[in-house]
Design a protein around this ligand. Structure first.
Ligand SMILES: C[S@@+](CC[C@H](N)C(=O)[O-])C[C@H]1O[C@@H](n2cnc3c(N)ncnc32)[C@H](O)[C@@H]1O
Length: 870
């Protein structure tokens, strides 16, 4: 049986269609005799099996039952075999599927540059473009425009790099060695960059090579015409003159910025779901992500309307040795044949070795294809040297990449990609224009702005009211629809996996995710809560996660402010069969106070709504008595900086700082991939003034040093005992009990230096700096310190009495900190750091008793006496 592929690229012979075209796939599905396992992936066989199963269930006549039963049996066997057999990797791309090596025509006036065209020679440029897959337009930017763009790039680099000056070569090493010479931003909106996007010659160049759409029925768009050229919002690059410093070389590579399978229509894209979040709708983890997604999630040949072309606007003369873009001329002609030789996308997903080419899947079905450094294709690539002000454009099917700079010149360029307005759905087009308008606010517009951006006035409202307000809800709805359709009812694990798949391969979600989710599971299982509380249900992912770990009869109450998300969460919970355990409460903690008080206490709390509110919220729950001894609190999204930074006792998160330093919690941090989660357990409360408690009062604001209440530190508890505990805990490596005891007994009341009574400042200073490395008291230094302090401020008799004990307490606190930091938190610390607590522990003992204590008491008495006399 011969079926012509829908691509019309080749006649495909069923069943061994090399590209598994849709026509063949459909016919395979209806023919029980096809040896499917030879050509399909396990998931594709599984799909066929499920379809056949549904067919059997719907069979009415005995004949149908028999025929469909046979097919089901065949597929069942095939499925078992497919699962048993490790997926065979399809053939690696071969040299034969690449184009012939091509020499490029040079510029007649200057052989150092590739042949180029003026934008008024659109026809000539188009013919070159069709042959080679790229073309250079010259004189696109005026020298003054190049200069202004270069200056803008320098200004932004100088602003972000202290000490960098464009005219001072010795400061260029301060620039970050960004691998590809790119800025952090996904898209840059500075005046000259935005002006270049609306430049009439840039427009003419893109217009000359992009396929035309013509008229479209029901064209509903902020752009005037389906053939309006829309430009992408992209960024710039800078390559330093690496002849000066080899370390400045940027990475070299060859790639495609599209996912070849989705581009060819062999896999679906989600490009029409893009909504270009800016502040209002932003997903803070992926700002401007959709502008990047539209570069890689192109619906190319599978879409009747056309393609994108990529472009580099060159700002400085760029010779072969200056580094920059290279292309594989003519690759667009070989693209389909090459893709066929790759086989299934699944076989090309990950990079397993230096020899392997691989595809990286990105948001909205996009992706990029990376060629290994050993691939023979490198021999076919050609550098495209061009003058300042030239615009290089290439077909997205042309393999391209960059060469590192080896010269004494900078390379600087702006990226601009273009496509036709008629390619976008109305929802996407209006949302895009609204987002660009907001990002370009206050910047000058040219008459081409309606075409390239979709608006003509800086303040003109671009979204008509008849369209649904654009919101992230569409992404959330898509996610839920996907999950409900792909996970079996009652299968909680399947539902979690479906969410994760959507997140990884379709669009990023805000759920806690697999990696941190495992820590969340462990915390729930360890605590076995009867009543759990979650703040921030979102789509119900974490609610389902928690629910499946709860013991029988337990409940999770999940609070969600957004009514739509609450609805999605309920749907997920029900689909996962967890509705008996989970109740979604609409509102905020404040609004739901009464209800929460009725449900309290909670023995497990998951904070995952707004990080900025965590501290306030937990203190509210504490004040309402909703948290009790043993309550475990898990907080998501701690950190976001480096793994090491998030672990510090004092990090950038107020909530983490609170639980890590509070006497009421024992807290641990677990890293995920971009950030981590904090798991804290509420410790037993110590009644104020109760046994083991030191009464140290200070006036509210003045810290005037009165140590009132009649008890001294050593009256209230035994520091000797504390020091003994420290030794014992180290010996038994029982850090948790040390932490518990220490916080309960000591840190509950005496304040730290700088915030406690003034005498604590003095005592901590003395215990820290008046001892040698061999723990000998440096008495002269102590005497000078006391004398100078007493010149500024006198000490009350009670302060004098408590001073040596506060010195011991300061040393104990330091010892405790070092023990926890280097033996518990940073378990990979070196041996010296690990042992550093011992010095301070020994100092505690010296200060509690014996000659050192006596020397301290004497020194203080002398200083107080001398101060009184003067
Ligand atoms: C990061 S998502 C939660 C993710 C979810 N826990 C998961 O892992 O699947 C944050 C959610 O908190 C909700 N939210 C934000 N502020 C809130 C508040 N003050 N009270 C309740 N929910 C809030 C948002 O609407 C959003 O659905």
């Amino acid at each position: 049986m011969t079926v012509t592929c829908w691509q019309n690229m080749a006649a495909c012979v069923h069943p061994a269609c090399p590209i598994k075209c849709k026509a063949c796939f459909a016919s395979m599905a209806s023919d029980p005799g096809i040896p499917v396992t030879q050509h399909l992936s396990v998931s594709e066989v599984e799909d066929l099996y499920n379809a056949a199963l549904a067919d059997v269930q719907e069979a009415v006549t005995a004949e149908q039952r028999k025929e469909r039963g046979q097919r089901l049996a065949a597929l069942s066997k095939a499925l078992r075999a497919a699962k048993r057999k490790p997926a065979e990797k399809t053939k690696r791309p071969e040299w034969l599927s690449y184009p012939e090596p091509t020499a490029l025509p040079c510029c007649p006036e200057d052989q150092r540059y590739v042949k180029s065209y003026r934008t008024d020679d659109g026809q000539g440029a188009k013919e070159f473009f069709e042959q080679y897959g790229f073309v250079v337009f010259r004189d696109v930017l005026e020298p003054a425009e190049c200069e202004a763009t270069v200056s803008e790039i320098w200004t932004s680099l100088e602003e972000r790099t202290p000490g960098l000056e464009r005219d001072q070569p010795e400061t260029w090493s301060l620039l970050s060695s960004e691998r590809y010479g790119l800025p952090e931003e996904q898209a840059v909106f500075t005046p000259q960059m935005v002006a270049n996007r609306q430049n009439s010659r840039v427009y003419a160049a893109l217009d000359a090579v992009l396929p035309r759409i013509g008229s479209l029925e029901d064209f509903d768009s902020p752009h005037p015409d389906p053939d309006s050229v829309v430009v992408t919002q992209d960024r710039w690059c800078i390559y330093r003159p690496a002849a000066r410093d080899d370390g400045w070389r940027t990475a070299e590579n060859l790639h495609l910025d599209v996912n070849p399978w989705t581009y060819a229509g062999l896999k679906a894209t989600e490009i029409e779901t893009l909504r270009y979040g800016t502040e209002e709708f932003s997903d803070h983890r992926f700002p401007l992500q959709d502008f990047r997604a539209e570069l890689t999630a192109v619906q190319g040949r599978g879409c009747p309307t056309g393609e994108h072309v990529q472009g580099v606007l060159n700002l400085l003369d760029n010779l072969e040795e200056d580094g920059g873009t290279r292309v594989v001329p003519g690759f667009q002609h070989s693209f389909m044949q090459w893709l066929q030789s790759l086989g299934a996308m699944e076989d090309n997903l990950s990079q397993s070795g230096q020899r392997d080419n691989w595809v990286l899947r990105r948001a909205a079905g996009g992706g990029s294809f990376k060629f290994s450094s050993l691939d023979p294709i490198h021999a076919l690539s050609r550098r495209i040297p061009m003058r300042a002000g030239s615009f290089l454009v290439w077909n997205q099917l042309v393999v391209h990449g960059s060469c590192a700079n080896r010269s004494n010149n900078f390379r600087m360029a702006q990226f601009i990609t273009g496509f036709r307005a008629g390619e976008m759905s109305p929802e996407r087009a209006w949302a895009r224009a609204a987002a660009v308008q907001r990002l370009c606010a206050g910047l000058p517009l040219t008459p081409l702005a309606p075409h390239v951006f979709g608006f003509s006035e800086p303040s003109e409202p671009t979204r008509p009211s008849r369209l649904e307000p654009v919101s992230l809800a569409s992404r959330e709805r898509m996610a839920c629809e996907h999950v409900l359709a792909s996970a079996r009812k009652g299968d909680a694990e399947g539902l979690l996996k479906a969410f994760e798949d959507f997140h990884l391969h379709c669009r990023p979600l805000l759920h806690v995710g697999e990696r941190k989710g495992e820590h969340l599971d462990a915390a729930v299982r360890a605590r076995r809560p009867a009543r759990a509380l979650e703040l921030g249900s979102y789509l119900g992912y974490s609610a389902v996660r928690i629910a499946r770990c709860l013991p029988d009869g337990a409940h999770l109450y999940s609070v969600e402010e957004n009514w739509q998300n609450a609805m999605f969460a309920e749907a997920s919970v029900e689909h996962a069969g967890q509705e008996a355990k989970v109740v979604v409460l609409r509102g905020t903690v404040e609004l739901l106070k009464q209800r929460l008080l009725e449900l309290a206490p909670f023995d497990f709390v998951f904070l995952d709504h707004q990080k900025a509110l965590y501290l306030e919220e937990i203190q509210r729950l504490e004040a309402w008595g909703l948290i009790q001894e043993g309550t475990v609190i898990v907080a998501d999204n701690i950190g976001g900086c480096s793994r090491a930074d998030c672990r510090r006792v004092t990090c950038g998160c107020a909530y983490a700082n609170y639980v890590r330093s509070s006497a009421h919690y024992h807290s641990r941090f677990y890293w995920g991939s971009r950030d981590g989660i904090e798991v804290s357990r509420a410790l037993p409360k110590i009644p104020a003034g109760g046994a083991g408690c030191v009464v140290v009062e200070k006036s509210d604001s003045e810290r005037d040093g009165r140590v009132a209440g009649g008890k001294t530190l050593s009256d209230a508890f035994d520091l000797r005992c504390a020091a003994g505990w420290l030794r014992l805990c180290h010996a038994t490596e029982c850090a948790a009990s040390l932490s518990l005891w220490f916080r309960r007994s000591l840190w509950e009341v005496p304040d730290d230096s700088c915030v406690g009574p003034y005498v604590v400042d003095l005592a901590v200073c003395a215990s820290a700096c008046c001892f040698s490395a061999a723990n000998e008291l440096m008495e002269p230094r102590l005497r000078v310190l006391l004398k100078e302090y007493l010149r500024q401020r006198t000490l009350s008799p009670l302060e004098v009495q408590t001073f040596p004990d506060f010195m011991a307490a300061g040393a104990l606190a330091c010892s405790f900190y070092r023990f926890c930091e280097f033996n518990v938190r940073q378990s990979d610390a070196d041996a010296k750091a690990k042992d550093s607590y011992k010095l301070m522990a020994q100092r505690v003992e010296l200060l509690l008793d014996g000659p050192v204590r006596k020397a301290v008491v004497d020194a203080l008495a002398d200083a107080v006496g001398a101060a009184a006399a003067s």
